[in-house]
Design a protein around this ligand. Sequence first.
Ligand code: PBG
Length: 325
Amino acid sequence: MAFPAQRPRRLRTTPAMRRMVSETEVRPRQLVLPMFVREGATEPVPISSMPGVVQHTRDSLRKAVAQAASAGVGGVMLFGVPQVHDATGSGAVDPEGILNVALRDVRDEVGDDLVVMSDLCLDEFTDHGHCGVLDADGRVDNDATLDVYARMGVEQARAGAHLVGPSGMMDGQVGVIREALDEAGFADTGILAYTAKYASAFYGPFREAVNSQLRGDRKTYQQDGGNAREALRELALDLDEGADMVMVKPALAYLDVLARVADVADVPVAAYQISGEYAMIEAAVERGWLERERTILETVTSIRRAGADVILTYWATEVAGWLDR
Ligand code: PBG
């Protein structure tokens, strides 16, 4: 009987050997913590479909951001949960709106020690829950929404965002925000573009997290889950319009898209491990069906391996504590 000459198992024999030849590394600096801050809250409000994640008060947000910073996390992404919703999402452009107030709080707390990012989208602020304003027929009006995004971007930059994150999938959003930022004197404020964002069932828990008013779906602006090539078209447009970083979202169900984008993008690529990915694992862990730390690390590693330079995950602070700096 012939012995196999090729024995890949030799490189798996000991922990030291496996560690030495490991191809993929995850570091705390590559993780970004998405956070929710709720206007008027006096206590953090738990999000039932995301056990362990809360809608922060302004105070608890500061503390959690400071914790993320000391864990070595690379950045935070803020989402506002306003008390009042209206048709145009006016809380989003109000300097005293919850997201803008929270951005100032966070910059006051951590200065430049973390990269502070903000969600630039209207769905948290509108009474219909769509990511843009509606036309007379109730459809999301792309170009009218761009005007609001431009103003929102300027307010977020003024409030201290290092990177604004347009997540509404309106055509031309990166370009108009870039122009508005430049005109307002915020040439150094960057844009993390949600480039390939799919109309996903995995956003479910997020809707609870931001008290979303949405009925229906976002299929006229978010991408169809079957389309990968289209992500490359979105990428080309965002880069042309001046995106500083690009993102693929969700992560786990779209690792192939992430890999294709990462292959050709000449800017850093982020991926967002979203609410439903979080909920799915936490729920299985709660039932004793999955090992928590191993499962979380395996998914985060897979997102890195597929090509993400930066990973947004609700576990960012905790995972950072498990990793080498
Ligand atoms: C839109 C936005 C959404 C998420 C991030 N930005 C919701 C959506 O598109 O429906 C989802 C994030 C998550 O599910 O964790 N502002």
